[in-house]
Design a protein around this ligand. Structure first.
Ligand SMILES: NC(=O)c1ccc[n+]([C@@H]2O[C@H](COP(=O)([O-])OP(=O)(O)OC[C@H]3O[C@@H](n4cnc5c(N)ncnc54)[C@H](O)[C@@H]3O)[C@@H](O)[C@H]2O)c1
Ligand SMILES: [Fe+2]
Length: 382
């Protein structure tokens, strides 16, 4: 890091974290004179006991609730348009996102859409669309139900094109939730596979952010502690969940998202094309790719990997030991070691390499990467 420049560091919003935090939602709405929220979730979460309880509790408090859950696994633009139409049609005054990254991203994109009615992708951050996010946005509240993306504290929404499935990033500082209720109880019954995949997404955020090239000591500190928390809790959260492991994973995932304002890297660039081409879950795509992506990054960044190895309390303080740790962790939480096991075929490799190279995340990778590097990483992981 050089000290002859000015850096910008942004930190998130008010977070109520802990067992029972979700029970504060009703009183928070009343205190803020909000009585007609649009609750955005996905069709699975909408059927879960805790979700129904939250809705009943709001209704008991005379809050008029409209639930919108018509969204895809990898959300698309038309999901956002439908949600915004529901908001308008039922005259809502606020938006509450309850769910995993997919539901929270749709909720955040609806927040944008309410007073920004140009084509949604005009606001795509990658083409400078954030400058058009100039109007007021509705009061936005998030309640995460997975421990992975950390989207509850994010300022961006990842939404895909309905036809091409290419993911676009809608970003603006004002899209951050005004209030986050992070209640580990909501994650207690997550199935093992989703716990593993989302948990590895959280670990990837913390690790990629830690090594990402932008100088940011605040985020680096958060990322290392995030890595330590995942190390202490992911295996237990998958195989023998209790409140402690669920709590540690929930805060670690939130920390990952705070840390990755510093940037991500090749692992996310390897992962995004798998969702685009094969509809692979985002966390699973990261989980399988992270050992290969980290291996690529070791040379030239040995000091950073030494810090990660120290944080993980590994005997050998090397990047190679970190890579071995990642494969071993995947085994313990039943994540496959190869892309072949999650449906990738030899014939996909060239297209995947094109898409990964076109992806935005590797711009912050510590080491420059080209298309051939991506092809080789996919080939090795196959
Ligand atoms: N905005 C960001 O910064 C950001 C960062 C990374 C990823 N993402 C996006 O987030 C999405 C992935 O999010 P995710 O990993 O949380 O997965 P997800 O939202 O797709 O949820 C995974 C599955 O778990 C189910 N589920 C959620 N909570 C549950 C609970 N408590 N109990 C039982 N089942 C539950 C969901 O219904 C879904 O089937 C992707 O669309 C990705 O692009 C966004
Ligand atoms: Fe991610």
């Amino acid at each position: 890091m050089t000290f002859d420049k000015i850096y910008q560091y942004n930190f998130p919003t008010t977070i109520r974290f802990g067992v029972g935090a979700s029970k504060e939602l009703g009183d928070y709405l009343i205190k803020n004179n909000l009585s007609k929220p649009l609750v955005v979730t996905d069709p699975t979460v909408a059927q879960l006991g805790f979700f129904k309880e939250i809705i009943q509790d709001l209704k008991r408090k005379n809050i008029s609730v409209e639930v919108f859950n018509d969204i895809h696994k990898n959300p698309v633009k038309s999901d956002v348009y439908k949600g915004a139409d529901t908001y308008d049609g039922t005259k809502r005054d606020s938006i509450i996102g309850i769910g995993g990254g997919a539901a929270l991203d749709v909720a955040r994109a609806i927040v944008l859409r309410i007073n920004h009615r140009e084509d949604l992708f005009k606001y795509d951050d990658l083409v400078g669309g954030d400058v058009f996010v100039t109007n007021e946005v509705p009061h936005f509240i998030t309640l995460p139900t997975t421990a992975g993306t950390g989207s509850e504290v994010g300022r961006s929404a990842i939404i895909a094109d309905d036809v091409t499935h290419q993911k676009k990033i809608l970003f603006a500082p004002k899209l951050i939730a005004r209030m986050v209720f992070a209640d580990p109880v909501l994650t207690m019954d997550l199935p093992p596979f989703i716990t593993a995949a989302t948990g590895m997404d959280a670990l990837t955020h913390n690790m990629e952010a830690y090594i990402a090239k932008m100088p940011h000591p605040l985020c680096e500190g958060i990322a290392l502690e995030g890595i330590a928390l995942v190390n202490q809790s992911l295996e237990a959260a998958v195989n023998k969940p209790d409140l402690e492991s669920r709590s540690k994973m929930l805060i670690a995932s939130l920390m990952g998202a705070v840390a990755f304002q510093k940037g991500l890297g090749v692992v996310h660039s390897l992962a995004h094309p798998l969702s685009q081409l094969l509809d692979t879950h985002h966390g699973l795509a990261n989980a399988v790719n992270i050992p290969y992506g980290m291996e690529f990054n070791i040379k030239g960044f040995e000091d950073k990997f030494k810090r990660i190895a120290t944080t993980l309390e590994l005997k050998e303080k090397t990047g190679e030991a970190v890579v071995k740790y990642l494969f071993d962790l995947n085994s313990k939480i039943k994540v496959p070691h190869t892309l072949g096991e999650i449906g990738v075929k030899q014939e996909h490799v060239e297209t995947l390499a094109d898409l990964a190279f076109a992806d935005f995340c590797h711009a912050n990778n510590p080491k420059p990467v080209n298309r051939e590097d991506f092809r080789q990483m996919y080939q090795k992981a196959l």
